[in-house]
Design a protein around this ligand. Structure first.
Ligand code: FAD
Ligand code: SF4
Length: 468
Protein backbone atom coordinates (compact mmCIF):
# COMPACT_ATOMS: atom_id res chain seq x y z
CA UNK A 1 0.00 0.00 0.00
CA UNK A 2 1.37 3.46 -0.85
CA UNK A 3 2.41 5.43 2.23
CA UNK A 4 -0.28 8.05 1.90
CA UNK A 5 -2.95 5.35 1.47
CA UNK A 6 -2.23 3.66 4.81
CA UNK A 7 -4.95 4.92 7.14
CA UNK A 8 -4.04 6.56 10.46
CA UNK A 9 -4.01 3.78 13.02
CA UNK A 10 -6.75 4.16 15.59
CA UNK A 11 -5.94 3.87 19.28
CA UNK A 12 -7.27 0.73 20.98
CA UNK A 13 -9.38 1.71 24.00
CA UNK A 14 -10.73 0.04 27.12
CA UNK A 15 -14.19 -1.50 26.83
CA UNK A 16 -16.82 1.22 27.27
CA UNK A 17 -18.70 -0.48 30.10
CA UNK A 18 -15.48 -1.09 32.05
CA UNK A 19 -14.52 2.54 31.58
CA UNK A 20 -17.57 3.79 33.44
CA UNK A 21 -16.83 1.78 36.55
CA UNK A 22 -13.04 1.71 36.83
CA UNK A 23 -10.18 4.17 36.73
CA UNK A 24 -8.11 1.95 34.42
CA UNK A 25 -6.33 3.73 31.57
CA UNK A 26 -8.68 4.30 28.63
CA UNK A 27 -6.18 4.57 25.75
CA UNK A 28 -4.38 1.24 25.62
CA UNK A 29 -1.49 2.10 23.31
CA UNK A 30 -0.40 0.81 19.90
CA UNK A 31 0.77 -2.74 19.24
CA UNK A 32 4.15 -3.08 17.51
CA UNK A 33 2.38 -3.77 14.24
CA UNK A 34 0.23 -0.66 14.53
CA UNK A 35 3.22 1.48 15.50
CA UNK A 36 5.20 0.35 12.47
CA UNK A 37 2.27 0.88 10.13
CA UNK A 38 1.61 4.33 11.55
CA UNK A 39 5.28 5.28 11.40
CA UNK A 40 5.44 4.11 7.77
CA UNK A 41 2.91 6.83 6.87
CA UNK A 42 5.49 9.57 7.50
CA UNK A 43 6.88 10.86 4.19
CA UNK A 44 10.09 12.12 5.86
CA UNK A 45 9.72 15.75 4.81
CA UNK A 46 12.98 17.56 4.02
CA UNK A 47 11.74 20.59 6.00
CA UNK A 48 9.55 18.88 8.61
CA UNK A 49 6.91 21.30 9.84
CA UNK A 50 5.98 18.95 12.70
CA UNK A 51 9.27 19.73 14.49
CA UNK A 52 8.44 23.45 14.52
CA UNK A 53 5.11 22.60 16.14
CA UNK A 54 6.79 20.79 19.03
CA UNK A 55 7.72 23.14 21.92
CA UNK A 56 10.83 21.08 22.70
CA UNK A 57 11.68 20.35 19.04
CA UNK A 58 11.79 16.57 19.15
CA UNK A 59 13.42 15.26 15.95
CA UNK A 60 10.12 13.73 14.84
CA UNK A 61 10.96 12.35 11.37
CA UNK A 62 14.14 10.71 12.71
CA UNK A 63 12.42 8.92 15.60
CA UNK A 64 9.42 7.97 13.46
CA UNK A 65 11.80 6.46 10.86
CA UNK A 66 13.38 4.32 13.61
CA UNK A 67 9.92 3.09 14.65
CA UNK A 68 9.16 2.16 11.03
CA UNK A 69 12.40 0.12 10.98
CA UNK A 70 11.48 -1.61 14.25
CA UNK A 71 14.35 0.05 16.14
CA UNK A 72 12.20 1.13 19.04
CA UNK A 73 14.90 1.69 21.67
CA UNK A 74 16.91 3.87 19.28
CA UNK A 75 13.70 5.79 18.58
CA UNK A 76 13.20 6.26 22.33
CA UNK A 77 16.78 7.55 22.78
CA UNK A 78 16.18 10.11 20.03
CA UNK A 79 12.97 11.39 21.67
CA UNK A 80 14.52 11.40 25.14
CA UNK A 81 17.34 13.61 23.84
CA UNK A 82 15.03 16.64 23.97
CA UNK A 83 11.92 15.45 25.82
CA UNK A 84 12.62 14.20 29.33
CA UNK A 85 9.06 12.91 29.95
CA UNK A 86 7.95 11.17 26.70
CA UNK A 87 5.59 8.64 28.34
CA UNK A 88 3.71 11.58 29.87
CA UNK A 89 3.77 13.88 26.83
CA UNK A 90 2.70 11.04 24.52
CA UNK A 91 -0.42 10.76 26.68
CA UNK A 92 -1.36 14.34 27.53
CA UNK A 93 0.09 16.80 24.99
CA UNK A 94 -2.47 18.59 22.78
CA UNK A 95 -0.79 17.13 19.67
CA UNK A 96 -3.56 18.35 17.38
CA UNK A 97 -2.43 21.91 18.13
CA UNK A 98 1.29 21.11 18.13
CA UNK A 99 3.27 18.61 16.00
CA UNK A 100 0.26 16.90 14.44
CA UNK A 101 -1.38 20.25 13.72
CA UNK A 102 1.62 21.09 11.50
CA UNK A 103 2.05 17.70 9.79
CA UNK A 104 1.71 18.03 6.00
CA UNK A 105 -0.39 14.88 5.78
CA UNK A 106 -3.05 16.75 7.76
CA UNK A 107 -3.65 19.17 4.88
CA UNK A 108 -5.57 16.66 2.81
CA UNK A 109 -5.99 13.77 5.21
CA UNK A 110 -4.98 12.75 8.69
CA UNK A 111 -1.62 13.68 10.24
CA UNK A 112 0.91 11.11 11.43
CA UNK A 113 -0.06 10.11 15.01
CA UNK A 114 3.16 11.50 16.48
CA UNK A 115 1.87 11.52 20.08
CA UNK A 116 0.79 7.88 19.98
CA UNK A 117 4.17 6.89 18.53
CA UNK A 118 5.95 8.86 21.25
CA UNK A 119 3.92 7.01 23.86
CA UNK A 120 4.64 3.68 22.13
CA UNK A 121 8.42 4.09 22.23
CA UNK A 122 8.34 5.28 25.86
CA UNK A 123 6.18 2.33 26.95
CA UNK A 124 8.32 -0.08 24.93
CA UNK A 125 11.51 1.21 26.57
CA UNK A 126 9.93 0.94 30.03
CA UNK A 127 8.69 -2.62 29.38
CA UNK A 128 12.20 -3.60 28.28
CA UNK A 129 13.94 -1.93 31.26
CA UNK A 130 15.75 0.46 28.90
CA UNK A 131 16.89 3.83 30.23
CA UNK A 132 18.54 6.51 28.18
CA UNK A 133 21.93 7.20 29.68
CA UNK A 134 22.98 10.82 29.39
CA UNK A 135 26.48 11.39 30.61
CA UNK A 136 26.52 13.24 33.94
CA UNK A 137 28.92 16.15 34.30
CA UNK A 138 31.41 16.12 37.22
CA UNK A 139 30.02 17.63 40.48
CA UNK A 140 30.22 21.43 40.56
CA UNK A 141 29.71 21.80 44.32
CA UNK A 142 26.80 24.20 43.64
CA UNK A 143 23.39 23.72 45.26
CA UNK A 144 20.06 24.58 43.64
CA UNK A 145 16.60 24.57 45.27
CA UNK A 146 13.60 23.90 43.07
CA UNK A 147 10.26 25.05 44.49
CA UNK A 148 7.43 22.84 43.22
CA UNK A 149 7.61 19.29 41.84
CA UNK A 150 5.40 19.75 38.76
CA UNK A 151 6.64 19.20 35.19
CA UNK A 152 8.57 22.50 35.13
CA UNK A 153 10.35 21.87 38.44
CA UNK A 154 11.08 18.21 37.73
CA UNK A 155 12.48 18.97 34.27
CA UNK A 156 14.63 21.76 35.66
CA UNK A 157 15.84 19.41 38.43
CA UNK A 158 16.81 16.65 35.97
CA UNK A 159 18.71 19.01 33.67
CA UNK A 160 20.63 20.62 36.55
CA UNK A 161 21.50 17.29 38.17
CA UNK A 162 22.77 16.07 34.81
CA UNK A 163 24.98 19.17 34.67
CA UNK A 164 26.61 18.24 37.99
CA UNK A 165 24.71 20.45 40.45
CA UNK A 166 23.27 19.24 43.77
CA UNK A 167 19.51 19.63 43.42
CA UNK A 168 16.84 19.65 46.13
CA UNK A 169 13.15 19.82 45.17
CA UNK A 170 10.82 21.31 47.80
CA UNK A 171 7.20 20.21 47.27
CA UNK A 172 4.19 21.44 49.25
CA UNK A 173 2.12 18.26 48.82
CA UNK A 174 2.92 14.80 50.14
CA UNK A 175 3.71 13.44 46.66
CA UNK A 176 5.75 14.97 43.83
CA UNK A 177 4.32 15.40 40.31
CA UNK A 178 2.19 18.56 40.51
CA UNK A 179 -0.88 18.43 38.27
CA UNK A 180 0.37 15.11 36.88
CA UNK A 181 -0.55 13.46 40.20
CA UNK A 182 -3.17 15.68 41.80
CA UNK A 183 -5.04 16.82 38.68
CA UNK A 184 -4.84 14.41 35.74
CA UNK A 185 -6.70 11.20 36.63
CA UNK A 186 -5.42 7.63 36.55
CA UNK A 187 -7.60 6.77 33.51
CA UNK A 188 -5.61 9.27 31.46
CA UNK A 189 -2.17 9.14 33.05
CA UNK A 190 -1.45 6.17 35.33
CA UNK A 191 0.40 7.22 38.50
CA UNK A 192 2.93 4.43 37.87
CA UNK A 193 4.25 6.36 34.86
CA UNK A 194 4.81 9.55 36.83
CA UNK A 195 6.51 7.58 39.66
CA UNK A 196 8.87 5.93 37.17
CA UNK A 197 9.97 9.32 35.87
CA UNK A 198 10.47 10.60 39.43
CA UNK A 199 12.43 7.47 40.32
CA UNK A 200 14.83 8.25 37.48
CA UNK A 201 15.45 11.69 39.01
CA UNK A 202 16.18 10.11 42.40
CA UNK A 203 18.67 7.79 40.68
CA UNK A 204 20.40 10.90 39.31
CA UNK A 205 20.84 12.16 42.88
CA UNK A 206 17.95 14.66 43.04
CA UNK A 207 16.57 14.94 46.58
CA UNK A 208 12.82 15.53 46.90
CA UNK A 209 11.46 16.92 50.19
CA UNK A 210 7.67 16.59 50.32
CA UNK A 211 5.31 18.47 52.68
CA UNK A 212 7.57 21.51 52.36
CA UNK A 213 5.65 24.72 51.69
CA UNK A 214 8.08 27.47 50.77
CA UNK A 215 6.70 30.70 52.19
CA UNK A 216 5.64 28.88 55.37
CA UNK A 217 8.55 26.58 56.32
CA UNK A 218 11.28 28.76 54.78
CA UNK A 219 11.32 31.96 52.81
CA UNK A 220 13.37 32.35 49.64
CA UNK A 221 15.97 34.42 51.51
CA UNK A 222 16.19 31.73 54.19
CA UNK A 223 16.85 29.13 51.48
CA UNK A 224 19.80 31.21 50.29
CA UNK A 225 21.02 31.44 53.91
CA UNK A 226 20.78 27.64 54.09
CA UNK A 227 23.42 27.47 51.34
CA UNK A 228 21.51 27.27 48.07
CA UNK A 229 23.27 29.14 45.28
CA UNK A 230 20.25 29.51 42.97
CA UNK A 231 16.51 28.88 43.09
CA UNK A 232 13.93 27.88 40.46
CA UNK A 233 10.24 28.59 41.15
CA UNK A 234 7.77 26.23 39.43
CA UNK A 235 4.77 26.54 41.70
CA UNK A 236 2.13 26.34 38.95
CA UNK A 237 -1.35 27.82 38.81
CA UNK A 238 -3.23 25.77 41.35
CA UNK A 239 -5.54 28.40 42.83
CA UNK A 240 -9.08 27.86 41.53
CA UNK A 241 -11.04 30.76 40.07
CA UNK A 242 -14.70 31.18 40.96
CA UNK A 243 -17.60 32.74 39.07
CA UNK A 244 -18.74 34.75 42.09
CA UNK A 245 -22.36 33.87 41.46
CA UNK A 246 -24.93 33.31 44.22
CA UNK A 247 -24.93 29.81 45.69
CA UNK A 248 -21.22 29.02 45.28
CA UNK A 249 -20.99 28.34 49.05
CA UNK A 250 -23.67 25.65 49.03
CA UNK A 251 -22.85 22.07 50.06
CA UNK A 252 -22.11 20.03 46.94
CA UNK A 253 -20.18 22.79 45.15
CA UNK A 254 -16.52 21.95 44.50
CA UNK A 255 -13.69 23.56 42.65
CA UNK A 256 -12.36 21.02 40.12
CA UNK A 257 -9.01 21.40 41.84
CA UNK A 258 -10.42 20.17 45.16
CA UNK A 259 -12.59 17.48 43.57
CA UNK A 260 -9.72 16.05 41.50
CA UNK A 261 -7.24 16.31 44.37
CA UNK A 262 -9.60 14.36 46.61
CA UNK A 263 -10.09 11.73 43.94
CA UNK A 264 -6.51 11.48 42.60
CA UNK A 265 -3.99 12.49 45.22
CA UNK A 266 -6.08 11.52 48.24
CA UNK A 267 -7.13 8.37 46.34
CA UNK A 268 -10.90 8.61 46.78
CA UNK A 269 -10.99 6.87 43.38
CA UNK A 270 -9.70 3.74 45.08
CA UNK A 271 -12.59 3.69 47.55
CA UNK A 272 -11.88 0.10 48.64
CA UNK A 273 -8.51 1.20 50.07
CA UNK A 274 -8.93 4.88 50.97
CA UNK A 275 -11.58 6.61 53.03
CA UNK A 276 -11.19 10.13 51.64
CA UNK A 277 -14.65 11.73 51.69
CA UNK A 278 -16.07 12.90 48.37
CA UNK A 279 -19.66 13.65 47.42
CA UNK A 280 -20.56 11.41 44.50
CA UNK A 281 -23.80 13.04 43.35
CA UNK A 282 -26.52 11.66 41.13
CA UNK A 283 -26.72 14.60 38.71
CA UNK A 284 -23.45 16.47 38.32
CA UNK A 285 -22.94 19.77 36.47
CA UNK A 286 -19.37 20.68 35.51
CA UNK A 287 -18.73 24.33 34.62
CA UNK A 288 -16.18 24.91 31.83
CA UNK A 289 -14.93 22.80 28.91
CA UNK A 290 -11.15 22.57 29.24
CA UNK A 291 -9.09 19.48 30.11
CA UNK A 292 -9.84 20.06 33.78
CA UNK A 293 -13.58 20.03 33.12
CA UNK A 294 -13.35 16.79 31.08
CA UNK A 295 -11.27 15.17 33.84
CA UNK A 296 -13.74 16.24 36.54
CA UNK A 297 -16.77 15.08 34.52
CA UNK A 298 -15.28 11.68 33.69
CA UNK A 299 -14.15 11.24 37.30
CA UNK A 300 -17.67 12.01 38.58
CA UNK A 301 -19.05 9.39 36.20
CA UNK A 302 -16.60 6.75 37.41
CA UNK A 303 -17.32 7.54 41.04
CA UNK A 304 -20.98 6.67 40.38
CA UNK A 305 -22.88 9.74 39.13
CA UNK A 306 -25.85 8.87 36.90
CA UNK A 307 -25.90 12.02 34.75
CA UNK A 308 -22.97 14.33 34.15
CA UNK A 309 -23.23 17.53 32.11
CA UNK A 310 -20.56 19.89 30.88
CA UNK A 311 -22.03 23.40 30.98
CA UNK A 312 -20.21 25.76 28.60
CA UNK A 313 -21.07 29.25 27.44
CA UNK A 314 -19.69 28.81 23.92
CA UNK A 315 -20.14 25.97 21.38
CA UNK A 316 -18.44 22.68 20.46
CA UNK A 317 -16.01 24.45 18.08
CA UNK A 318 -14.58 26.58 20.90
CA UNK A 319 -14.09 23.74 23.42
CA UNK A 320 -10.47 24.09 24.61
CA UNK A 321 -9.95 20.51 25.86
CA UNK A 322 -7.85 17.97 23.93
CA UNK A 323 -9.81 16.41 21.09
CA UNK A 324 -9.28 12.88 22.39
CA UNK A 325 -10.64 13.78 25.86
CA UNK A 326 -13.78 15.28 24.33
CA UNK A 327 -14.30 12.18 22.18
CA UNK A 328 -13.84 9.87 25.17
CA UNK A 329 -16.19 11.99 27.31
CA UNK A 330 -18.86 11.82 24.59
CA UNK A 331 -18.45 8.05 24.23
CA UNK A 332 -18.85 7.64 27.98
CA UNK A 333 -22.16 9.51 27.94
CA UNK A 334 -21.14 12.91 29.31
CA UNK A 335 -23.73 15.42 28.09
CA UNK A 336 -22.66 18.76 26.64
CA UNK A 337 -24.88 21.75 27.32
CA UNK A 338 -23.49 24.45 25.06
CA UNK A 339 -24.36 28.17 25.07
CA UNK A 340 -25.30 28.12 28.76
CA UNK A 341 -23.73 30.62 31.19
CA UNK A 342 -24.20 29.80 34.90
CA UNK A 343 -26.05 32.60 36.79
CA UNK A 344 -26.91 31.04 40.14
CA UNK A 345 -26.62 27.78 42.03
CA UNK A 346 -29.90 26.96 43.74
CA UNK A 347 -30.14 25.09 47.05
CA UNK A 348 -32.61 23.61 49.53
CA UNK A 349 -33.30 24.65 53.14
CA UNK A 350 -30.48 22.40 54.34
CA UNK A 351 -27.97 24.30 52.22
CA UNK A 352 -27.47 21.56 49.60
CA UNK A 353 -27.35 22.13 45.85
CA UNK A 354 -30.56 21.39 43.94
CA UNK A 355 -30.06 23.03 40.54
CA UNK A 356 -28.03 25.35 38.33
CA UNK A 357 -29.73 28.37 36.78
CA UNK A 358 -28.21 29.34 33.42
CA UNK A 359 -28.52 32.17 30.95
CA UNK A 360 -29.00 30.92 27.39
CA UNK A 361 -26.35 32.45 25.10
CA UNK A 362 -25.66 32.84 21.38
CA UNK A 363 -22.43 33.63 19.57
CA UNK A 364 -21.77 37.23 18.60
CA UNK A 365 -18.75 39.04 17.11
CA UNK A 366 -15.19 37.68 17.68
CA UNK A 367 -13.42 38.96 20.85
CA UNK A 368 -9.69 39.73 21.38
CA UNK A 369 -8.86 36.01 21.33
CA UNK A 370 -10.46 35.73 17.87
CA UNK A 371 -13.21 33.47 19.23
CA UNK A 372 -16.81 34.57 18.78
CA UNK A 373 -18.03 36.19 21.98
CA UNK A 374 -21.02 34.56 23.69
CA UNK A 375 -23.87 37.04 24.23
CA UNK A 376 -27.03 36.59 26.28
CA UNK A 377 -30.32 35.77 24.57
CA UNK A 378 -32.53 38.22 26.46
CA UNK A 379 -35.14 36.59 28.69
CA UNK A 380 -34.05 33.01 27.97
CA UNK A 381 -32.90 30.89 30.90
CA UNK A 382 -32.58 27.19 31.72
CA UNK A 383 -32.61 25.47 35.10
CA UNK A 384 -30.54 22.27 35.19
CA UNK A 385 -31.40 20.00 38.15
CA UNK A 386 -28.23 18.76 39.91
CA UNK A 387 -26.90 17.87 43.34
CA UNK A 388 -23.18 18.47 42.68
CA UNK A 389 -21.60 21.40 40.84
CA UNK A 390 -17.91 21.27 39.92
CA UNK A 391 -16.35 24.56 38.96
CA UNK A 392 -13.68 24.09 36.28
CA UNK A 393 -13.56 27.58 34.78
CA UNK A 394 -9.83 28.05 35.35
CA UNK A 395 -7.11 28.62 37.91
CA UNK A 396 -4.53 31.24 38.78
CA UNK A 397 -1.37 31.62 40.81
CA UNK A 398 -1.21 31.07 44.55
CA UNK A 399 0.21 34.17 46.28
CA UNK A 400 1.39 32.39 49.42
CA UNK A 401 5.05 32.20 48.41
CA UNK A 402 5.18 35.88 47.47
CA UNK A 403 3.96 37.21 50.80
CA UNK A 404 7.49 36.56 52.03
CA UNK A 405 9.27 37.41 48.77
CA UNK A 406 8.13 40.92 47.93
CA UNK A 407 11.19 41.53 45.76
CA UNK A 408 9.96 39.11 43.09
CA UNK A 409 8.02 41.17 40.53
CA UNK A 410 4.57 39.90 39.57
CA UNK A 411 2.20 41.03 36.83
CA UNK A 412 -1.41 42.09 37.44
CA UNK A 413 -2.58 38.45 37.41
CA UNK A 414 -0.05 37.45 40.07
CA UNK A 415 2.24 35.62 37.65
CA UNK A 416 6.00 36.04 37.94
CA UNK A 417 7.53 38.47 35.44
CA UNK A 418 10.60 36.96 33.78
CA UNK A 419 13.10 38.93 31.74
CA UNK A 420 13.37 36.54 28.84
CA UNK A 421 13.12 32.86 27.95
CA UNK A 422 15.81 32.05 30.55
CA UNK A 423 13.21 32.54 33.29
CA UNK A 424 15.34 35.14 35.11
CA UNK A 425 13.21 37.04 37.64
CA UNK A 426 13.65 40.47 39.26
CA UNK A 427 15.60 38.84 42.13
CA UNK A 428 19.21 37.80 41.59
CA UNK A 429 19.76 34.02 41.38
CA UNK A 430 16.01 33.32 41.24
CA UNK A 431 14.51 31.84 38.06
CA UNK A 432 10.95 30.77 37.31
CA UNK A 433 8.96 28.86 34.69
CA UNK A 434 5.79 26.95 33.89
CA UNK A 435 2.25 27.99 34.82
CA UNK A 436 3.46 30.42 37.52
CA UNK A 437 4.90 32.54 34.69
CA UNK A 438 2.52 31.89 31.79
CA UNK A 439 -0.72 31.25 33.67
CA UNK A 440 -2.43 27.87 33.22
CA UNK A 441 -0.92 26.31 30.06
CA UNK A 442 0.39 22.86 29.12
CA UNK A 443 2.75 20.19 30.42
CA UNK A 444 5.15 20.50 27.51
CA UNK A 445 5.39 24.30 27.80
CA UNK A 446 6.12 23.94 31.53
CA UNK A 447 8.80 21.36 30.74
CA UNK A 448 10.32 23.56 28.04
CA UNK A 449 10.49 26.47 30.50
CA UNK A 450 12.13 24.26 33.15
CA UNK A 451 14.73 23.14 30.65
CA UNK A 452 15.59 26.64 29.45
CA UNK A 453 15.85 27.91 33.04
CA UNK A 454 18.17 25.01 33.93
CA UNK A 455 20.51 26.00 31.11
CA UNK A 456 20.47 29.63 32.30
CA UNK A 457 21.05 28.64 35.94
CA UNK A 458 23.93 26.40 34.89
CA UNK A 459 25.54 29.27 32.98
CA UNK A 460 24.94 31.65 35.90
CA UNK A 461 26.56 29.29 38.42
CA UNK A 462 29.49 28.39 36.18
CA UNK A 463 30.24 32.08 35.61
CA UNK A 464 30.52 32.56 39.40
CA UNK A 465 27.05 34.08 39.95
CA UNK A 466 25.63 34.13 43.49
CA UNK A 467 22.59 35.49 45.33
CA UNK A 468 24.62 38.16 47.09
P1 FAD B 1 2.16 22.26 38.47
O1 FAD B 1 2.00 21.01 37.69
O2 FAD B 1 0.96 22.97 38.93
O3 FAD B 1 3.09 21.97 39.71
C1 FAD B 1 3.37 22.95 40.70
C2 FAD B 1 3.81 22.26 41.97
O4 FAD B 1 4.28 23.26 42.90
C3 FAD B 1 2.68 21.53 42.68
O5 FAD B 1 3.09 20.21 42.99
C4 FAD B 1 2.43 22.36 43.93
O6 FAD B 1 2.00 21.58 45.04
C5 FAD B 1 3.82 22.94 44.19
N1 FAD B 1 3.80 24.18 44.99
C6 FAD B 1 2.96 25.24 44.85
N2 FAD B 1 3.27 26.20 45.75
C7 FAD B 1 4.32 25.73 46.47
C8 FAD B 1 5.08 26.24 47.56
N3 FAD B 1 4.84 27.45 48.07
N4 FAD B 1 6.09 25.48 48.08
C9 FAD B 1 6.37 24.24 47.55
N5 FAD B 1 5.67 23.70 46.52
C10 FAD B 1 4.67 24.44 45.99
N6 FAD B 1 -1.76 20.05 30.15
C11 FAD B 1 -1.53 19.30 29.05
O7 FAD B 1 -0.55 19.55 28.34
N7 FAD B 1 -2.33 18.26 28.72
C12 FAD B 1 -3.39 17.89 29.49
O8 FAD B 1 -4.09 16.94 29.16
C13 FAD B 1 -3.64 18.64 30.68
N8 FAD B 1 -4.65 18.29 31.51
C14 FAD B 1 -4.82 18.98 32.68
C15 FAD B 1 -5.81 18.55 33.57
C16 FAD B 1 -5.99 19.21 34.77
C17 FAD B 1 -7.01 18.72 35.73
C18 FAD B 1 -5.20 20.37 35.06
C19 FAD B 1 -5.41 21.12 36.35
C20 FAD B 1 -4.24 20.81 34.17
C21 FAD B 1 -4.03 20.11 32.99
N9 FAD B 1 -3.03 20.50 32.09
C22 FAD B 1 -2.79 19.74 30.97
C23 FAD B 1 -2.15 21.65 32.38
C24 FAD B 1 -0.80 21.17 32.92
O9 FAD B 1 -0.99 20.13 33.83
C25 FAD B 1 -0.04 22.32 33.55
O10 FAD B 1 0.14 23.31 32.57
C26 FAD B 1 1.33 21.88 34.09
O11 FAD B 1 1.19 20.86 35.06
C27 FAD B 1 2.09 23.05 34.69
O12 FAD B 1 3.27 22.58 35.27
P2 FAD B 1 4.00 23.41 36.42
O13 FAD B 1 5.25 22.65 36.73
O14 FAD B 1 4.12 24.82 36.03
O15 FAD B 1 3.00 23.39 37.67
FE1 SF4 C 1 6.42 13.06 8.91
FE2 SF4 C 1 4.26 14.77 9.10
FE3 SF4 C 1 6.63 15.45 10.16
FE4 SF4 C 1 6.38 15.33 7.45
S1 SF4 C 1 5.31 16.79 8.86
S2 SF4 C 1 8.10 14.56 8.72
S3 SF4 C 1 4.94 13.61 7.30
S4 SF4 C 1 5.35 13.71 10.80
Amino acid sequence: MAKEKTPRQSMPTLDLELRKTTFREVALGYSEEQARLEASRCIQCKKPKCVGGCPVEVNIPAFVAKVAEGQYLEAYDLVKGTNSLPAICGRVCPQEEQCEGQCVLGVKGEPVAVGRLERFVADYASAHGHKSQREKTAPTGKKVAIIGAGPSGLTCAGELAQRGHKVTVLEALHKPGGVLVYGIPEFRLPKRIVSEEIQQLAEMGVEIRNNYVVGLLSTIDELFNQGFDAIFIGTGAGLPKFLNIPGENLCGVFSANEYLTRSNLMEAYSFQDANTPIIIGKNVAVLGAGNTAMDAARTALRLGAENVSIVYRRTASEVPARKEEVEHAEQEGIQFRFLRAPMEILGDDGGWVTALRCQVMELGEPDDSGRRRPVAVEGKEEVIPCDVVINAIGSGSNKLLFRTAKDIALNKWGNIITHDESGKTSKTAVYAGGDIVTGAATVILAMGAGRKAAMAIDEFLRSGGSSK
